[in-house]
Design a protein around this ligand. Structure first.
Ligand code: MG
Length: 446
């Protein structure tokens, strides 16, 4: 287990090192046992290891009597929506999301389409570790069927959302450049855009699994998209990671807005139509608080990770929520970070207000967020808290997830990553120098 990272709702590792077919078969059988049979939706991103992973996972699942519906190479939110629509016992997304190409992972989805909670994931892990899986005899082995319509159904559901005026978007015939990193969103994202009447310029939309850039859709990885937007004079550029749950936006002048802007714009759009509580994780920009305050709505902060955000959204009956890494969750569609719904909100905002992306972004609260990391995997919560207290004795503290120190208009957050062997340090302030300085102070002490 050393080189496997087990997170809230899944397991990830480097293929051929921690993550082998043997491990995947055992996780498949453990998940089948956990679900106690029924149907399981399986889908994946485009990584070269994906087919091997899929075959191993499916073998494990059917060996416990589960039937499998394979939805192919699709975005993770499409898998989650298929679980909900087909009313299956659960689902598995085979994707390492924003991690580099040598990684892969299993993300486990429960009935209803949300990722397993921490408690549910712990029960699955117990079954995996104990190896007490329920195998069936030859006559009861599960069936395997392919379903290639999950993307079409997902797009139909986005187009059917009552908060989006599809005709108004279509009338504008937006020019859109899209970079899917040759990942799992490569077919679905351009297809949604075309169905919204956009003229689409596709960059890296071959689901080959050969990533031409780092899959994380952060500004430093989007230079090709920025150039394309300028060259073809597109109205907007969109980028996503390898599995389509994180969305980044490039403006009409070719400027990456930063992944924090995606949720900020979505919150702004939705609250104007559906006032209600907002949920974001503790690492997400303060811009969300400022926007919610304009509409007189509260912001609830959760731990980092989709499962935690979703739990808080259900508890607070939030109308919109997500994570600052570009993950937009709109419960009227489903409880999943969904880049497709994020793109639809951006286009609907443009069409509704008749403005450009630069103008739209100009209306967002101005903060600078700096995200750094340090190799300090053995750091405990107590050590992180001690470091923060000695470095920043005058702030107020939030220990929801790691340690967050806050002042009136700035904050710094330190936590051990759930997906990589690092400590994440994120700081935000009105001035970039101040945010960088707060990160440096923490890094020195780690
Ligand atoms: Mg992802």
């Amino acid at each position: 287990m050393e080189s496997l990272i087990v997170g809230v709702s899944g397991v990830r590792g480097v293929v051929g090192e921690g993550l082998t077919p043997e491990v995947v078969v055992r996780f498949g059988a453990a998940f089948g046992t956990y679900l106690a049979g029924g149907r399981v939706v399986v889908g994946r991103d485009s990584r070269r290891s994906g087919q091997m992973m899929r075959d191993a996972l499916v073998a494990g699942l059917v060996s416990t009597g589960c039937d499998v519906t394979d939805v192919g190479i699709v975005p993770t939110p499409t898998i989650q929506l298929a679980v909900e629509e087909l009313e299956t016992s659960g689902g598995v997304a085979i994707t390492a999301s924003h991690n580099p190409v040598e990684w892969n992972a299993l993300k486990f989805v429960g009935a209803g389409g949300a990722f397993l909670s921490a408690g549910e994931g712990a029960r699955l892990l117990d079954l995996y570790r104990a190896g007490t899986t329920q195998r069936v005899g030859w006559g009861d082995i599960g069936s395997i069927t392919a379903d290639r319509s999950a993307v079409d159904r997902h797009i139909e559901r986005v187009l059917g959302l009552s908060v989006i005026d599809v005709d108004r978007i279509r009338e504008r015939q937006y020019g859109v450049a899209i970079d899917c990193c040759n990942g799992g969103a490569s077919i679905a994202f351009p297809q949604l855009l075309r169905s919204l009447g956009c003229a689409v310029v596709e960059l890296n939309c071959e689901p080959s699994g050969l990533f031409p850039r780092d899959p994380e859709p952060v500004p430093r990885n989007l230079s090709e998209l920025s150039q394309a937007v300028r060259k073809v004079q597109a109205d907007v550029g969109f980028a996503t990671d390898a599995d389509g749950d994180r969305l980044s936006i490039v403006s009409n002048s070719g400027k990456p807005l930063g992944e924090e802007a995606s949720l900020a714009l979505a919150v702004s759009y939705v609250l104007a139509i559906r006032p209600g509580p907002v949920v974001a994780n503790v690492s997400t920009s303060r811009a969300i608080d400022d926007i919610a305050a304009r509409f007189g709505q509260p912001v609830i902060r959760s731990k980092v990770g989709e499962a935690h955000v979703v739990r808080a959204m259900r508890d607070s009956k939030a109308v919109i929520g997500g994570e600052g890494n570009g993950g937009v969750i709109f419960p009227e569609l489903h409880y999943a970070r969904d880049g497709m719904v994020g793109m639809a909100f951006v286009l609907a905002s443009l069409a509704g207000q008749g403005v450009s992306v630069d103008e739209l972004a100009g209306g967002l609260p101005r903060y600078h967020i700096v995200k750094e990391s340090a190799r300090a995997t053995s750091a405990t919560q107590d050590e992180l808290t001690d470091i923060a207290r000695s470095a920043f004795p005058d702030g107020s503290y939030d220990l929801t997830d790691g340690v967050k120190v806050m002042w009136e208009n700035r904050w710094v957050h330190i936590r051990v990553s759930g997906t990589e062997p690092i400590v994440r340090i994120i700081a935000e302030a009105p001035e970039e120098e101040e945010a960088s300085r707060m990160c440096s102070v923490v890094k020195e002490r780690l």
